[in-house]
Every structure is written in structure tokens, then in C-alpha cells.
Design a protein around this ligand. Structure first.
Ligand code: CUK
Ligand code: CUA
Length: 663
């Protein structure tokens, strides 16, 4: 019997270790009190806002925590027909780039603005991975307010990571490429000579968040993956993980995994600022778009810039230092005290923790192992605080709770591991379902984390939800980390593929002066009609401008005749409502476009080019009142060259009372 019990446990142990990489969907992983912990009663608000990257959806989604309820999808880099983003004339310029209008991107990281190393609730930044851009979302409106393109970059992955007072949002290029002012028409196998890395420092105006590329730092051609600012004692520094220091250009899975160690790059950005002031930067010709949404004109403008200032790290020797870091590091995370820098080698069996003090001493003592293409390489031992031994398989990202613990995600062994930063001992581990990428502790990248919950953003969901054909839901998992043992309390599906996310106590975001509506008197839109009396239809050549208003429950005008084939019709719809939460929508049959969704006091424009002669209904798409279904109208389209007069009306059965002569 004893023997049987022993072998029973042996089998269980074997089973567990064998299945370590794919934990089973067991009920026992969720305790009986889990539901109560994640339950937010109907009508009650969540404790946290969670801003989650949408990956290849190009959008950012906002969840409430701990409920996991989806509150909003904010369109950032991808067009969104639901909100008319990228479809309305006013928002099209937001997606302009030096290439063209780009309607999609791949958004991996969100970054909340900070003051003194704490979240201030003003803005959340996001990166476009494919066509390198950084966006600023204004948390007064939960809308994308600004997008700046990044020159000399490709694959803007190591981005957007901010400094402690949002002095800068920094962005490192994943793909090194020939600089924009160099000849890019070179053989790919000249990578080592011709390909360069660039790190962008985007300055943020404290009063309004306006972005500008203050400078770039040119580095050897490697792949920058992730980054974190120094904080508290290490304020003034930035830390980047880099891989492919082999400088391979083919079959990177093998060729960029040759070296035992790649690098964490430490950047002294205060020093870089000094060089910039001293005129050591080179003004380099390039081309990049800067797009800004103006809240009083309700209109975005896109401007093309053609110059950027570049500091060369191989010439200005004391701004960048490489620190050896095992096996293709992915995450590079700094603890709340700013002393410990954690590098997560994707293929490493340990986690190195570097000490800021030791890095400073190593630089002072010149404890270097030569250089890497002109950048000093600090000796590994000289920078190392210690190593977390055998923590798990495939470490990716680390967050902190401010109580001395670090939490690292392990992609291969599908788990979150809590370890103590001081003694580097693992104190708890919990399985994730399944392969986990980023983690988020609210404020986990600040001086003062809010250590109640941890959210894991997973890559694979397998059997967690009802199946939906070949493509399954993407997923996040919520853990209670307030006790000695981490406890899984909730799964919730996400929009797109979630990578990094940040969260903040709801109070910080709610009490930042959120906008409830646009004041109609302050509407400076060129085509606004600030009352029904101002509504009209004006022909300018083949362009027909409809100054339209909407209010419960009609448009003015609601009948238009005299539009001809060959015309371009612009419906400028002003929502006259001055109540919170009363949008109106607008759509026209056959429009090669999306709807408009117009907030109270706002003006938005839909362009419509009729493709045939006939009668076209238009209607409100947002169920705004009991008589929403009555909110409609007609546009008559006549043949090209017809003499149908341009008339428009509201409340006239026939004939139309107001006319303007056809020109
Ligand atoms: S990445 Cu996706 S899991 Cu693009 Cu920050 Cu690590
Ligand atoms: Cu306005 Cu429905």
C-alpha cells in the first residue's frame, strides 16, 4: 500500500514536470473565493483602468479591473469604421506618413505619462511597430491626439518608454537599416558596414503633451527589443535590451543565437542632452510626418518634417555603454528604486540582475572588456548584482510590486515567478494558461506600484474559451498578488494580440478633467453649423458642402436635391447636443466610407462621391432617442450636367423652401 501511494505521487510528480510547459486547464487553479475577488457589481465602477495594447489590431483597448470588462477600444494606428477614425476627413491626416496614408499598424506597448516617477493620468503613449510611429492618446478624451513618425527606424519595437517626468518618450529601432540619408540600395549582406541602429528621444511638452523628436542616437546595427528608464537614483539613464549582436541578416533564429551574451545598452541621456546643447549633433536630412488633432477645430493636420539631429554614440564615447546580458534579452526592466536592472534572456536559464551603482563604478574604473564597434563594453561581473538561478524557462518580462518582489513571465514554462530582488530567491510561482508574454502590475514601472493585482497577457488560449474556428480568442489573466500566494482569479479575452499594458488606479484617470462634451460656442471647425439656422448647402464647382446639424431626432437639412454625378459631396455634420453621452451617427447609402460618430458639440465630415443617379437615404446610426428611427433624410442625385436646382430643406413636405441657384 505504502509503495502504491509512493508510486502514485511519483507519477503525479512526473506528470507535473512533464506538463510544466503546458499546464492543464484545471479547476483547482481557481479557488472558491476567486469569483468574489473579480466581481464588480452591476452599476459599480472598477478600481483600475487597464490600457492594453492590441498588437496587430493596431488599437488600444481599455478594460476595467478587476472585472475585466471592456470599456473602450481607442483607435490609434488602424482605421476604425465604428468611430469613423481614419474615414472622416478630419481624422484621415492622423494616419499620414512619409510613405502614404497607412491605415494599419502593430501596437505592442502602452506607456502612461508620469510626474516624479508616478502616473499622472494625462496621456498614454503607444508604438507602431511596422511603420515606425509613436502616438499620444489624450486621457481627457480617450482619443488619439498626436502621432509622430520616426526617421532612420524600422520596426519601432523598443518603444514607447518614458522617463520619470515624461521629459522624453524613447523609441529604439528593432531592425537596423541604412540611415535615411544613406544609400539604402546596398546588398543585404553588407549589414555590418551599412546598417545602423537609431534611438529616438521624443520630447513631451509638459503643458499639452506636444511631441517633437529632440534628438536621435546612432548606434551599431543590432536589434533593439525593449527599454526602461532609470528611476530615482538612476534618473537620467535609460536601459535597452539588444539582440542580434552577431549582426546576422538571415535565419536569425540560429544565427542571432550564436553568442553566449548579447547586451543591455545603458544610455546616459543627461549627457546626451549636454552634447546636444554643445552642438555636437549632426543635422540629418530625412522625411517624417507629424500629425496633430486640434480639439477646437476638431480637425487633424499632417505636416512633413525634413530634418533630425543625430548624436553618434561611437564618436561621443560616454553616452552609451554595453553590458553583456545572456542569450538574446527581451525584457529589460528597472525596479522602483532604480538600482536593479533585470535582463531577460529568452534562451537563458537564469535572470541576471545588474546594479546601477556597480555600473557607475565600472564606468568610473573603466572596467571594460574592450568595445563593440566603438561603444565601451562593461565587464559582466563588474555590472552584475547577481543572478536568479533556475527561475523557469524562457524569461520575457518583469514587473515589480514595490514591496521588494519582482514578477517575471516565462514563455516556455508558461508561468509567472515571483522572486525577491535582494536575495534573488524564487518565492512563489503560478501557472498561466498559456504561453505568457507581458505582465502588468498597476504602476509596476513607477516608483510606487499599486501591488494588488497582476495581469498576464498570454499568447495562446487553447482550451480556455468556447472555440471559434481556427482563430481563437486572445487572452489576459488576472492574479491577486496581495497575499503570500499568487492566485488566479479571472480570465478575460482581449482585442487583437495583447503585448504590454499598463494600469492605473481609476481615481487618477477619472479626476484628470475628463471631457464630457465639446462646447458648441468653442467649436472652431471651418464648416461647423452652430445652429439649425446656419445649416445650408453650398456648391463650389463640383464640390458640394453640406453644413448639416443633428439633434434629437432630425438632421437639418434632411432633404437635398441638385447633387449631380461627378460631384464630391462633403457632409459636415455638427452635433448640436450639449448633453453628456448623446452622440449622433451619420451614414449614406453606397458611401465608400464608414459612418461618422459625432460627439456633442463636435463637427465631423463624411466625403461621398455618388456612383449612380437616384435617391439615396441617409440616417443616424446611433440609437439616440425614442424617435431615432425617424432620424433620416434623402439626397437626390441627377445626371451630370442636369439642371436640377440645388435645394435643401427641413420640415417642408414640398416644395423645398430654401434654394440656392446652381452654379
Ligand atoms: S513584446 Cu510581445 S510579449 Cu512586442 Cu513587448 Cu514581449
Ligand atoms: Cu441621432 Cu439616432
Amino acid at each position: 500500500m505504502k509503495n502504491q501511494i509512493f508510486s502514485f505521487f511519483a507519477v503525479i510528480a512526473l506528470f507535473l514536470s512533464f506538463n510544466a510547459c503546458k499546464p492543464k486547464n484545471t479547476m483547482s487553479a481557481v479557488g472558491g473565493d476567486a469569483a468574489a475577488k473579480a466581481y464588480v457589481a452591476p452599476g459599480k465602477y472598477d478600481e483600475y483602468y487597464n490600457f492594453v495594447s492590441g498588437g496587430f489590431s493596431g488599437q488600444m483597448s481599455v478594460y476595467g479591473l478587476p472585472s475585466g470588462r471592456l470599456l473602450r477600444v481607442i483607435p490609434v494606428f488602424s482605421v476604425d469604421p465604428e468611430k469613423g477614425y481614419g474615414y472622416s476627413e478630419e481624422t484621415k491626416p492622423m494616419l499620414n506618413t512619409s510613405h502614404c496614408f497607412v491605415p494599419w499598424d502593430d501596437l505592442h506597448h502602452t506607456e502612461l505619462s508620469q510626474t516624479n516617477g508616478e502616473i499622472n493620468g494625462k496621456w498614454v503613449f503607444a508604438n507602431a511597430n511596422n511603420t515606425p510611429r509613436v502616438a499620444r492618446v489624450d486621457l481627457k478624451t480617450f482619443r488619439t491626439a498626436e502621432i509622430i513618425e520616426l526617421p532612420n527606424s524600422a520596426g519601432n519595437h523598443s518603444s514607447p518608454f518614458g522617463t520619470e517626468n515624461s521629459e522624453y518618450i524613447v523609441a529604439g529601432t528593432r531592425f537596423s537599416v541604412p540611415a535615411d540619408n544613406a544609400n539604402g540600395d546596398v546588398p543585404i549582406n553588407t549589414y555590418k558596414q551599412n546598417f545602423k541602429g537609431h534611438i529616438s528621444f521624443i520630447s513631451i511638452k509638459p503643458e499639452n503633451g506636444a511631441m517633437d523628436i529632440a534628438f536621435q542616437i546612432k548606434t551599431p546595427g543590432v536589434n533593439f527589443d525593449l527599454a526602461r528608464c532609470g528611476r530615482a537614483k538612476s534618473h537620467g539613464w535609460f536601459f535597452f535590451s539588444c539582440y542580434n549582436t552577431e549582426q546576422a541578416n538571415s535565419l536569425l533564429e540560429v544565427n542571432a543565437s550564436q553568442k553566449d551574451k548579447d547586451f543591455v545598452m545603458a544610455v546616459n541621456w543627461k549627457k546626451a542632452e549636454e552634447y546636444l546643447k554643445a552642438g555636437k549633433g549632426e543635422k540629418v536630412k530625412t522625411k517624417y510626418a507629424h500629425n496633430v488633432y486640434n480639439e477646437s477645430t476638431h480637425t487633424a493636420t499632417s505636416e512633413m518634417r525634413n530634418e533630425v539631429t543625430v548624436l553618434d554614440a561611437s564618436v561621443l564615447k560616454d553616452i552609451c555603454y554595453f553590458i553583456p546580458c545572456p542569450k538574446s534579452p527581451h525584457g529589460c526592466d528597472v525596479d522602483p528604486t532604480g538600482e536593479y536592472i533585470v535582463g531577460s534572456g529568452k534562451l537563458a536559464a537564469l535572470i541576471p540582475v545588474f546594479s546601477f551603482d556597480k555600473i557607475q563604478k565600472a564606468i568610473a574604473d573603466k572596467a571594460f572588456d574592450g568595445d563593440y564597434q566603438g561603444i565601451p563594453v562593461i565587464k559582466y561581473e563588474a555590472a552584475l548584482y547577481g543572478e536568479v538561478k533556475k527561475p523557469g524557462l524562457g524569461p520575457l518580462h518583469t514587473e515589480f510590486d514595490g514591496k521588494g518582489n519582482a514578477y517575471t513571465s516565462f514563455f516556455v514554462s508558461s508561468e509567472v515567478v515571483r522572486w525577491n530582488i535582494k536575495d534573488l530567491k524564487v518565492v512563489d510561482r503560478v501557472p498561466t494558461f498559456y504561453s505568457v508574454g507581458h505582465l502588468c502590475v498597476p504602476g509596476g514601472n513607477t516608483r510606487k506600484p499599486s501591488p494588488k493585482y497582476l495581469i498576464a497577457y498570454n499568447k495562446i488560449t487553447k482550451d480556455r474559451y468556447l472555440p471559434t474556428g481556427p482563430e481563437l480568442a486572445q487572452s489576459a489573466q488576472l492574479y491577486d498578488i496581495s497575499g503570500d500566494k499568487m492566485q488566479l482569479i479571472l480570465d478575460f479575452p482581449t482585442i487583437g494580440e495583447p503585448h504590454y499594458a499598463q494600469a492605473a488606479p481609476a481615481e487618477i484617470i477619472r479626476n484628470n478633467g475628463q471631457l464630457k462634451l465639446y462646447k458648441i460656442d468653442e467649436n472652431k471647425h471651418q464648416y461647423a453649423a452652430k445652429g439649425e439656422k446656419e445649416s445650408k448647402v453650398v456648391r463650389e464647382g463640383n464640390k458640394v458642402h453640406v453644413y448639416m446639424t443633428s439633434i434629437r431626432s432630425h438632421f437639418s437639412p434632411d432633404n437635398i436635391e441638385g447633387v449631380r454625378m461627378g460631384d464630391e459631396v462633403y457632409f459636415h455634420v455638427t452635433n448640436l447636443e450639449q448633453d453628456w453621452d448623446v452622440p449622433h451617427g451619420f451614414a449614406v447609402k453606397g458611401a465608400a466610407n464608414a459612418e461618422l460618430l459625432i460627439m456633442p458639440g463636435e463637427t465631423q465630415t463624411l466625403k461621398w462621391v455618388p456612383d449612380r443617379v437616384g435617391m439615396f437615404p441617409m440616417y443616424c446610426t446611433d440609437f439616440c432617442s425614442a424617435l431615432h428611427q425617424e432620424m433620416q433624410g434623402y439626397i437626390r442625385v441627377s445626371p451630370a450636367g442636369s439642371k436640377t436646382p440645388l435645394v435643401y430643406s427641413l420640415g417642408a413636405q414640398s416644395p423645398a423652401p430654401q434654394t440656392s441657384a446652381p452654379k
